[in-house]
Design a protein. Sequence first.
Length: 169
Amino acid sequence: MTSAQTEELISVKTRANVTENQVEALKKEGEVKRVAFSASLFDSGEGTFGPFNTNTPLVFRHVVANIGNAYNPNTGVFTAPVRGTYHFEFYVFGYGHPSHPTAAWLVKNGEHIFMAFEYQTNGLTNGSNGVSLLLEVGDVVFLRQSSNSRIYDNQNHHTTFSGHLLFTM
């Protein structure tokens, strides 16, 4: 092998190593960007939550997806693992009642953002809402049942909370 060929081989190997390192970095970055969850209120059984005298955090125990493990099914809290824009949607189901609506707030870092609310005296109720939010690493999002409201869930998983990362910032 000539000196020129040796130099060219070293150059190709160096570029190949750099490319390999870049590919690995992109793979790791892509893994961090995969964030999505979806859960319903009851893992099993059925029942009505509320009414309560105060706003009460909801813990969604039946987790069907938790990609990135950013949702905690023990606390009901989603914690942003990366800075980015996230989309959340939530549905609250109930039975009409003369004195109690079906209602929940989406809460970001303790601040009420959007509410799902439905009120009727009888029949079925189903309130829903959705929002896209810019979250910083460590920001928390959860649902809080509105005081004096009633929310129902059963094996059909009517009451749900879902979210996913749209893109990083």
